[in-house]
Design a binder for this molecule. Structure first.
Ligand SMILES: NC(=O)c1ccc[n+]([C@@H]2O[C@H](COP(=O)([O-])OP(=O)(O)OC[C@H]3O[C@@H](n4cnc5c(N)ncnc54)[C@H](OP(=O)(O)O)[C@@H]3O)[C@@H](O)[C@H]2O)c1
Length: 296
């Protein structure tokens, strides 16, 4: 049986991303420092943050508080939409806030380049292909070890990968994945292109409707596991890394009890075929549409 808490996925760069990370979206600065410290001391070796979360400074403090050496920790952060034409500045800002001299993974947070002077508008004469051209300059600096994308569906990945300026295939696509948003086509597409997928909102996010799902509750009861552990195991057994968010020490602990047991293929299949659908993160708040329903 896999020891998921110690396992990694090898990216197309050869780097190894730990299978389980701590998410930090909506983790208040006052709470996230302790959460990151608790997680790292418990054994997590992967922290997911973003400039847009407004908590990189406290994430960095939590990392230092933990006493775990920097080189043992995988840090992912993300380029915010209004920074698409200032990629170098975005990296500098995140490194300064985190208090580190490199990040392991830097992602384009959304395939949407927002005008910093008017967040409702798309940046004139710019798009994510141009952003990726700037992203591709990062690995040589040593300040960013791997580059990737987030919230890219098949249509936008095709645009990116087919552009002649695309010399580096993204190492990771971080996307929403849970049993009510399983996106098998997008997962298959990324696999075929050598792009690893990280599952965000892997528990269904705040007030998850999944916790009322009878099929999930039945499987959890039968296995003597929590519904959250079953959801995380489902993500791991599909070959994705998972980044559950919690600021509650007991939940951070429980969410990491993922060694020495597994779901049966039937249980995985059952969870993959739940009839309900919902998406936590949509695109109505962005100046352009980024989801086209081609990913399910
Ligand atoms: N790239 C993107 O655009 C994007 C978008 C969304 C998320 N993300 C990343 O993915 C991470 C995870 O997604 P998410 O934050 O949306 O949601 P999530 O991890 O699916 O769920 C987080 C919610 O579940 C609760 N929770 C965690 N463990 C629990 C447990 N064992 N029992 C009961 N409740 C539990 C948390 O509460 P407490 O914290 O109160 O314990 C929180 O309300 C984010 O934090 C972020 O790092 C990325």
């Amino acid at each position: 049986m896999a020891q998921h808490t110690k396992s990694t996925y090898t990216l197309n760069t050869g780097a190894k991303i730990p299978a389980i990370g701590l998410g930090t979206w909506q983790s208040k600065p006052s709470e996230v420092r302790e959460a990151v410290k608790v997680a790292l001391q418990r054994g997590y070796r992967h922290i997911d943050t973003a400039l847009a979360y407004g908590n990189e400074e406290e994430v960095g403090q939590g990392i230092r508080d933990s006493g775990v050496p920097r080189e043992e920790i995988w840090i992912t952060t993300k380029l915010d939409n209004p920074w698409h034409h200032r990629v170098e500045d975005g990296v500098t800002s995140s490194l300064r806030s985190l208090g580190v001299d490199y990040v392991d993974l830097y992602l384009i947070h959304w395939p949407s380049s927002t005008d910093p002077n008017d967040l409702k508008k798309h940046l004139p004469d710019w798009n994510f292909v141009k952003t990726w051209q700037e992203m591709q300059k990062l690995p040589v600096s040593g300040r960013v070890k791997n580059i990737g994308v987030s919230n890219f569906g098949i249509r936008n990945l095709e645009i990116l990968l087919n552009d002649p300026s695309c010399k580096i295939v993204p190492a990771v696509n971080q996307i929403e994945l849970h049993p009510n948003c399983p996106s098998p086509k997008l997962l298959g597409y990324c696999k075929a292109k050598g792009i690893h997928c990280t599952a965000y909102s892997c528990l269904g996010s705040t007030d998850s409707p999944l916790y009322r799902d009878e099929a999930l509750l039945k499987i959890a009861k039968a296995k003597g596991k929590t519904p959250q552990q079953v959801l995380l195991m489902w993500g791991l057994q599909r070959g994705t890394s998972v980044i559950p968010k919690s600021v509650t020490a007991s939940r951070i602990e429980k969410n990491f009890e993922l060694d020495g047991w597994e779901l049966t293929p039937e249980e995985v299949q059952k969870l993959s075929s739940l009839p309900d659908r919902f998406k936590v993160c949509r695109d109505a708040w962005l100046p352009i549409k980024v989801f086209f329903g081609d990913d399910e």
